[in-house]
Design a protein around this ligand. Structure first.
Ligand code: ADP
Ligand code: SF4
Length: 669
C-alpha cells in the first residue's frame, strides 16, 4: 500500500549546518551497553537502524578523555586513534545506507567516579563524584578548563577522521557542562555565578568545535529545556534565557528535560510526546533545526509535531530500538506493522548492568552482529516439519510468527479464550496497558500468515499432543506464581502459607479481589509487587507492601523508574515496609520480621498476596520428553521477563533446522 501523502513531510530532507539529513527520522544518542567494549556489535546495531530508514543515527555518549569514565556502564570513547578505527566501523555501516552519523562527545565531570581510569574526577567545584561513591572531584582551575577544551577539540577532530557528520556538545543530564550551567555553579571566575558566566564554557565549546570541524561536520547541542519542577509544570525560565543567548550558534538543538526518569520515562508514568509541553517554546527562540524525543510510535503524532512547528526532526531512541524499520514502514504505508515500543525500559537495563542491550518487542536488538539476526528477515524453512506450539503467551506467539514467516506449517493451541498469556493479563493492571502491544504486533503478523493456525479455548493434554502428531512440539505454557512464599529470602515455605488468606498475583489477575487490610509480600523485586499494591490501593483497599529489600521494586532502578514507583506507593498511602520479611501467616494476621534485627511484630491482614517467585508449568514436558521431539521455551522453561520469553520464542524459530554453533552460541569481539 503506498503511503498516505500526508506523511510525505516526514521524508523531507533537513539541512543541519554543512550536512543534510535525508529525512526527519533521527535516532538520538542512546546507550547500548556495548560502547568501546563491543565495536562490531555496535556497528551492526547502528547499521540496521540506518538500513531501516533512520536518516540520522547517533552513537551513545562518547567519552573524550580518561578523566571521564563511566565504568561499569560502557560508554563509547574517542580517547585516541585506536578509538577512531573502532568507531569508523559504526560510521561506515551508517553511511552504507545513506544516513548521517552523529557522535555525542561527553565529559561526565562530577558524575564520573572513574573506577576504570583511576583519574581524579573533575568538576566546576569540589563536590561528591559518581553516584553514591565515596570520592569527590577536584575543582577545575583555568588551566583545567583550557585542557578540557583541548580534549574536546581533539576528540572532535578524531570524530571527523572517523567520518562522523554531526558532532555533539553535550550540555545536559547530570554531566560536566550541565554542572557548569546550573545555578549551583558559583565559581568566582568568569565561568560561574551569573547566567552568562555559567553558559560561557558551553558557548566557547560550540564556537571552538565549529571552528575545528565545522567545515564538514554539523555541531549539535544537547540541552535541557527545563531546570526542575513537577512533570507537568517544569521550570523553563533559565534554560530559555540561556537558549536565547546561544540561539543560532549551534547547527542543531537536541532538546531534553531535566529529569531523566521523565525524559525516558516508562509508559507506566509518562505518555507519548511527554516532553512537548516543556519544550514547545524552543523553536520560537532559534532558527536552527530542533530535534526532541517522546517515545513516538504514531506517525500522526510525528506529523502533528512537525506541522505545529514543535520539532523539525523526529527524535527517537526506544522507538528505533523496538523497530529499526519504523521509518521504512511509514514510507511504504505499512504503519500497522510498526513494532511499537511498550515503554518498559528493558533496553536501558543493558547499560545499567553493563551488558549488551536487549528489547522486549524486538528480540534481534543487540544480536545483529553476534548472531546475525535481522529484525525483518529470517531464513526460509529448513524442512517440511509440522510444528505444534502449545501456549499463546509472548514466547508461543513469537515462535509461531517467525516459524510461520519461515514457511513452516504451525498450529498454536491456547487454553484461554484470548491470546497474549501474561501480557494480556498484566496489561490490565494499573499503568501497564501499553504492554499489550507485545501481543498486538504478533496478532497482526499472525493474521497475515496463512500457514499458521491457532485455536483458542483449547487446553492441550498429553493424549491430544500425541494424537495430533506434529513433527515437533514446543511448549510455551508459562509459569504460575508460587503460593508458598519461596523466593529470594525464603528458601523454605513460609509457615501458614496454605491458609485461606493467601492469594497470588495470578488470582488477582483472574479477577479475585482481596479484602483489606491486605499485605502484598514482594520478594520478586521487579514491577509485580508494586503494581499489585497500586492496583489494590486504587480499588480502595488498605494495603501494605512488605519487602526484604531496602526499597520498593528494587530491580526497577535498572529501568529508571524505582524512584517514581516508590513515590507513587507513598503518595497513594500504601504502607511501605522495607528490610522486612514475612515470617508467618495466620488467619487474620501476619508476623513480620526485621531482616537485620530479627524483631517480629504481628499486623492485621485479611489477605496476603504472595509475590515471590514462579513455578514453570512443565508437566507436559516431563510426561512426553522421552516419547516425542518436544522442547520448552519461555517461562515454562525458566520464568523471566517478557523480554526473555519473546527472545526464547524468537530463538526457537531461528534455530529450527539451522546449524547452530556448538559451545558459545554467538560471535565474540
Ligand atoms: P510465556 O511468557 O512463556 O509466553 P505465558 O504465561 O505468558 O508464558 O503464556 C503461557 C500461555 O500458555 C498462557 O496463555 C496459558 O493459557 C497457555 N497454556 C498453558 N498451558 C496450556 C495448555 N496445556 N494448553 C494450551 N495452552 C496452555
Ligand atoms: Fe521499548 Fe521496552 Fe524495547 Fe525499550 S525494551 S525499546 S522500552 S519495548
Amino acid at each position: 500500500m503506498p503511503r498516505d501523502p500526508r506523511f510525505d513531510v516526514l521524508f523531507e530532507p533537513v539541512k543541519i549546518g554543512p550536512v543534510t539529513a535525508p529525512n526527519r527520522f533521527y535516532q538520538v544518542p542512546h546507550c547500548t551497553g556495548m560502547g568501546y567494549r563491543r565495536p562490531q556489535s555496535l556497528a551492526g546495531l547502528r547499521g540496521v537502524k540506518a538500513e531501516g530508514g533512520w536518516g540520522t543515527v547517533c552513537t551513545e555518549y562518547c567519552s573524550i578523555h580518561p578523566s571521564s569514565d563511566d565504568e561499569p556502564y560502557p560508554s563509547a570513547s574517542l580517547w585516541d586513534d585506536g578509538d577512531v578505527s573502532a568507531l569508523a566501523l559504526t560510521v561506515d555501516k551508517i553511511h552504507a545506507h545513506g544516513a548521517l552519523a552523529g557522535v555525542e562527545l561527553w565529559h561526565g565531570g562530577a558524575s564520573s567516579a572513574n573506577h576504570y581510569s583511576r583519574e581524579v574526577p573533575i568538576g566546576p567545584a569540589s563536590s561528591p563524584a559518581g553516584v553514591w561513591d565515596p570520592v569527590q572531584t577536584r575543582a577545575m582551575d583555568k588551566a583545567d578548563i583550557r585542557e578540557l577544551k583541548r580534549w574536546h577539540l581533539e576528540a572532535a577532530r578524531r570524530a571527523q577522521r572517523a567520518g562522523f557528520d554531526i558532532v555533539y556538545v553535550y550540555a545536559c543530564h547530570w554531566y560536566l557542562l550541565r554542572q557548569f550551567l546550573m545555578p549551583s555553579n558559583q565559581r568566582k571566575d568568569e565561568y560561574g555565578g551569573s547566567l552568562e558566566n555559567r553558559a560561557r564554557l558551553l558557548r566557547e565549546l560550540i564556537e571552538e568545535t565549529k571552528e575545528a570541524v565545522g567545515d564538514t561536520c554539523a555541531v549539535a547541542v544537547r540541552f535541557s529545556a527545563s531546570s526542575g519542577g513537577p512533570d507537568d509544570d517544569q521550570d523553563t525560565t533559565e534554560p530559555r534565557a540561556m537558549l536565547e543567548l546561544l540561539s543560532d550558534l549551534p547547527d542543531l538543538w537536541d532538546i531534553t528535560v531535566h529529569d531523566y526518569s521523565y525524559e525516558m520515562g516508562t509508559s507506566r508514568f509518562v505518555p507519548e510526546a511527554g516532553l512537548e509541553a516543556t519544550m514547545s517554546w524552543v523553536k520560537t527562540v532559534t532558527d536552527k533545526p530542533v530535534v526532541s524525543v517522546g517515545r513516538f510510535t504514531s506517525p500522526e503524532t510525528m506529523l502533528r509535531l512537525v506541522r505545529q512547528g514543535v520539532i523539525d526532526l523526529i527524535g527517537a531512541a526506544r522507538p528505533s530500538i523496538a523497530d529499526p524499520f519504523l521509518p521504512q514502514k511509514i514510507a511504504e504505508g505499512r504503519d500497522d506493522e510498526i513494532r511499537e515500543c511498550i515503554g518498559c525500559n528493558i533496553c536501558y537495563t543493558g547499560d545499567q548492568t553493563g551488558t549488551p542491550i536487549r528489547c522486549t518487542q524486538n528480540p534481534t536488538m543487540g544480536e545483529e552482529w553476534r548472531k546475525g539476526w535481522h529484525p525483518e528477515r529470517i531464513a526460509a524453512k529448513g524442512s517440511d516439519a509440522s510444528i505444534l506450539v502449545v501456549g499463546g503467551g509472548p514466547a508461543g506467539l513469537e515462535a509461531a510468527v517467525w516459524l510461520g514467516k519461515r514457511g513452516y506449517d504451525v498450529t498454536l493451541a491456547e487454553a484461554r479464550t484470548e491470546l497474549g498469556g501474561r501480557v494480556t493479563l498484566e496489561s490490565a493492571l494499573s499503568g501497564l496497558i501499553q504492554w499489550g502491544r507485545v501481543r498486538d504486533w504478533r496478532l497482526n503478523q499472525l493474521a497475515k500468515l496463512r500457514n499458521v493456525e491457532f485455536y483458542l479455548d483449547s487446553v492441550v493434554d498429553e493424549a491430544q499432543i500425541l494424537e495430533f502428531g506434529a513433527d515437533r512440539v514446543v511448549l510455551a505454557t508459562g509459569a504460575r506464581w508460587r503460593r508458598d512464599g519461596v523466593g529470594r529470602w525464603h528458601e523454605e515455605p513460609i509457615p501458614g502459607w496454605d491458609g485461606p488468606s493467601v492469594v497470588t498475583p495470578d488470582d488477582i489477575m483472574a479477577g479475585m479481589m482481596p479484602i483489606g487490610p491486605v499485605v502484598v509480600y514482594d520478594d520478586d523485586h521487579y514491577y509485580m509487587g508494586g503494581v499489585i499494591a497500586e492496583t489494590l490501593r486504587r480499588a480502595g483497599l488498605d494495603v501494605s507492601l512488605v519487602t526484604p529489600a531496602n526499597e520498593a521494586s528494587t530491580w526497577t532502578t535498572h529501568t529508571e523508574e524505582q524512584y517514581r514507583i516508590q513515590e507513587r506507593i507513598l503518595t497513594l498511602g500504601i504502607d511501605l515496609e522495607t528490610g522486612t520479611s514475612l515470617a508467618s501467616v495466620a488467619e487474620d494476621s501476619v508476623t513480620l520480621e526485621c531482616i537485620y534485627t530479627g524483631r517480629t511484630r504481628e499486623v492485621e491482614a485479611k489477605n496476603v498476596v504472595m509475590t515471590t517467585s514462579r513455578t514453570p508449568q512443565d508437566a507436559l514436558y516431563h510426561a512426553l520428553a522421552d516419547r516425542i521431539e518436544i522442547q520448552r521455551i519461555g517461562d515454562c522453561l525458566a520464568p523471566g521477563t517478557i523480554a526473555t520469553s519473546v527472545y526464547a520464542g524468537h530463538r526457537y524459530a531461528r534455530e529450527m533446522d539451522a546449524a547452530v554453533p556448538l559451545g558459545v552460541p554467538f560471535r565474540r569481539e
